[in-house]
Design a protein around this ligand. Structure first.
Ligand SMILES: *Cc1c(COP(=O)(O)O)cnc(C)c1O
Length: 393
């Protein structure tokens, strides 16, 4: 099946749809049995998509987990109430006191905070590494290194990692390779083809796609799936069937949404590239983006999220730019149908072993599904306010 067809069919087994097009919303804490034999049978099949108790999963969560493994690959998909919960619980499932993990320096800030504030307290140490380290990761692997964690492209600054090279070396040392695959969305990057063991997504972003649900997923290869699944259960992780229904609905359009996000984002990035106020485009499909060659080699496409560095300016001019925007609202998220923007001045405060070279502020945009001309006009007016502010200071 080609990807577009998979997107339409994923998770829609007759087991979950009950004769209609979409899987039903099963709201349940309690699953009831009439006989001891039925109850024993359900318990015996608890790892086999059989309903035993709401927290263990319902037909709606089985449908969504199936959909994610059909799209992303792997042997199974554990579900969490947020992307952050998926990251923290996936790591927790595989480490114990005395272990060490390697974390990419450009990881999503809450991922770093978890390492520094939670894992550290439990006696699990973290070494941060350069996202562009490639084969040199080997020198950082210790005897007690259990997990090598990647996020590609990196948060904010969009460095694309050489995932297959890092994975191969990690495996030589018996480390588990985990990837935050939120940007690839399981559509534009197929993690298990590149040596990843556990692929994590903030389904909150493109899977849900409409900015109305928090949800996290972790899909795993056969070897690690039982441990991931069991620890998710042990930690009491479960998700609302209504949220899962919305995520299943989001999946049906993810292919066409991503194509449009990609097309509009590339148009706008090309327009920004010509602006004198812009020094550098940090979009994986542009050769100015670190790791662009790995994007070209490994990804099937891009989406609406990228950053750019300004060639001049200060905090006041950045504020003048951002404050008057109509279509770009400021928000700490992305992946919905709407455009979003963030002005960032302290990139180096959220990394520790690499230095991001930027004299002037950085802007991250999520290009939504609005008309591109309207978005360009909004940004052009922003640059006028920006330049007026600089001229007056
Ligand atoms: C948003 C995001 C997360 C966290 O997801 P939440 O659902 O907000 O907890 C993790 N990783 C990346 C790359 C994200 O963008």
């Amino acid at each position: 099946m080609k990807q577009e067809t998979k997107i339409v069919n994923a998770g829609r087994s007759a087991k979950w749809t009950n004769g209609v097009v979409n899987p039903s919303v099963t709201r349940a804490s309690t699953v009831v049995f009439d006989t001891v034999a039925q109850m024993n049978n359900a318990v015996a099949n608890r790892h086999n998509q059989t309903m035993v108790y709401g927290r263990r999963g319902t037909t709606t969560s089985f449908a969504f987990s199936d959909a994610m493994t059909e799209l992303e690959g792997g042997a199974g998909c554990a579900l969490y109430p947020s992307g952050t919960a998926a990251i923290t619980n996936a790591i927790l499932a595989f480490v114990q006191t005395g272990d060490h993990i390697l974390m990419v320096d450009t990881a999503y800030e809450p991922t770093r905070d978890y390492c520094d504030k939670v894992l550290a307290k439990m006696g699990v140490t973290t070494t941060y590494y350069d996202p562009l380290i490639g084969a040199d990761i080997e020198a950082l692997i210790q005897e007690n290194t259990r997990v090598v964690f990647l996020e590609s492209p990196g948060s904010i600054t969009m460095e694309v990692q050489d995932v297959p090279t890092i994975s191969a070396i990690a495996h030589q040392h018996d480390c588990i390779v985990m990837l935050d695959n939120t940007w690839g969305a399981g559509i534009n990057f197929q993690p298990f083809d590149y040596g990843v063991d556990i692929s994590i997504q903030a389904a909150t972003k493109y899977i849900v796609g409409h900015s109305d649900v928090m949800l996290g997923t972790a899909t795993a290869v056969e070897k690690h799936w039982p441990q991931l699944r069991d620890y998710s259960y042990l930690m009491g992780q479960c998700t609302s069937p209504d949220d899962l229904y919305l995520a299943l609905r989001g999946i049906r359009t993810i292919g066409v949404r991503l194509k449009q996000h990609q097309e509009s984002a590339i148009t706008i990035a090309n327009w920004l590239k010509e602006r004198p106020e812009v020094a550098k485009i940090l979009h994986p499909a542009f050769d100015s983006c670190p790791g662009h060659e790995f994007f070209k080699r490994d990804f099937k496409g891009s989406n609406g999220l990228f950053s750019f560095v300004l060639s001049k300016g200060n905090k006041a001019a950045l504020t003048a730019f951002l404050d008057g925007l109509h279509h770009f609202k400021m928000g700490y998220s992305w992946g919905g149908f709407e455009s979003l923007i963030l002005g960032i001045t302290g990139v180096n405060a959220i990394r520790s072993v690499t230095e991001f070279d930027c004299e002037y502020p950085l802007i991250r945009v999520h290009i939504g599904l609005e008309n591109v001309d309207d978005l360009v006009a909004d940004l052009a007016a922003g640059f006028e306010r920006f330049n007026a502010c600089l001229a007056n200071s």
